[in-house]
Design a protein around this ligand. Structure first.
Ligand code: F6P
Length: 357
């Protein structure tokens, strides 16, 4: 008999259900007796004992379904050691739920913050397996996270749609792409969508260079320009500020996000019409793309094998086309960022894409 707990935590993405299905199918087909407890709304369910007993039937027919059948919520890692409003010790509460249900392992699907808490639970003696989820692709120790490719498809389609209207109206358009503190999604969607200018958090931009690139396109008779701007893009000047100073500056800004500020500046300098399009949370929604379905089936199946082997404390990663057990202790708390000196950036620059540096 194996008793498995499962939870999805943090911002959702397209292939969470596909990944859970992979785990359950991998276990169900290889273990005689299996109990699966699904915790509701991420760590909240584990803390407050909100769970339901699931059967393998619950995981049938969900390969293509977006969102998460378990629900999700954000439970910041930095608050895990802080008692809740009723004085409850969250870590002790999670351990107690785990022990009460006599779980053999907890399968935790989530991004960076979720992974840090998974590692904390490992340190506290629980058996955990982590699956790397996020459209941001910023989890250290895996080549790719699930959700990323599906989100690229959506962000690329947004840029494609903007392209046609920008061309009709000879406008400058900014498409703001999600990605939190990193630029993976913007880089891939920007290149796939043929953006002329791509601004990433990893390459602080000089607005004069951005404006010069637009002016050059105008001069060359290309009436429109598309900018793919990461939500975390930052100017050269602002990158000199401390984290705290930058946070305060953004909080006081009249602009809802950096894209609107860039739009205003371009408009002031060039006198041209600039529009901002923000696909926002659509990038996390809808059905997972075929790549993510395959990725999650493989990661889920590999997680099942680790559980069958009773080998715990890992993130199941995809490295060079192979699944791999990566010790959580080696990766928790690290961020995978775009390398400004990478081949991909150099190749993109060679084709004329401006990165504002
Ligand atoms: O981490 C995924 C992500 O979609 C980021 O790209 C984005 O910055 C953030 O979550 C948005 O979070 P929320 O759903 O809490 O608005």
């Amino acid at each position: 008999m194996k008793r498995i707990g499962m939870l999805t935590s943090g911002g959702d993405c397209q292939a969470l259900n596909a990944a859970m299905r992979g785990v359950v199918k991998g276990l169900h087909n290889n273990i005689e007796e299996l109990e699966i407890y699904g915790f509701e709304d991420g760590y909240k369910g584990l803390i407050y004992g909100k769970y339901r007993l699931l059967t393998s039937a619950d995981f049938s027919g969900i390969l293509t379904r977006g969102g998460t059948i378990l629900g999700s919520s954000r439970q910041p890692f930095k608050l895990m050691r802080v008692p809740d409003e009723n004085g409850l010790d969250k870590v002790e509460a999670m351990k107690s739920t785990y022990k009460k249900l006599k779980l053999d392992c907890l399968v935790i699907l989530g991004g960076n913050g979720t992974q840090k808490t998974a590692n904390l639970l490992r340190e506290e003696g629980l058996n955990v397996i982590h699956l790397p989820k996020t459209i941001d692709n910023d989890i250290y120790g895996t080549d790719v996270t699930f959700g990323f490719q599906s989100a690229i498809n959506i962000a690329t389609e947004a840029i494609d749609c903007i392209h046609t209207t920008a061309a009709s109206h000879n406008r400058v358009f900014i498409v703001e792409v999600m990605g939190h503190k990193v630029g993976w999604l913007t880089l891939y969607a920007g290149v796939a969508g043929g953006a002329d200018i791509i601004l990433l958090p990893e390459i602080p931009y000089d607005l004069d260079k951005v404006i010069a690139a637009i002016a050059k396109r105008n001069h060359d008779g290309k009436g429109f320009t598309i900018l793919a701007v990461a939500e975390g893009a930052i100017s050269k000047e602002d990158s000199q500020l401390s984290k705290k100073e930058y946070k305060q500056k953004r909080a006081k800004s009249k602009y809802p996000s950096v894209s609107y500020e860039i739009a205003d500046r371009i408009s002031e300098k060039l006198g041209s019409e600039v529009r901002v399009a923000v696909p926002g949370h659509t990038q996390r929604g809808g059905s997972p793309c075929p790549y993510d379905r395959v990725l999650c089936t493989r990661l889920g199946s590999a997680a099942a094998k680790a559980i069958i082997d009773e080998d715990y404390g890992y993130m199941i990663a995809m490295i060079n086309g192979n699944t791999k057990r990566v010790p959580l202790v080696d990766v928790a708390g690290k961020l995978k960022m775009v390398d400004p000196k990478s081949q991909m950036i150099k190749e993109a620059k060679r084709t004329g894409i401006c990165f504002g540096d």
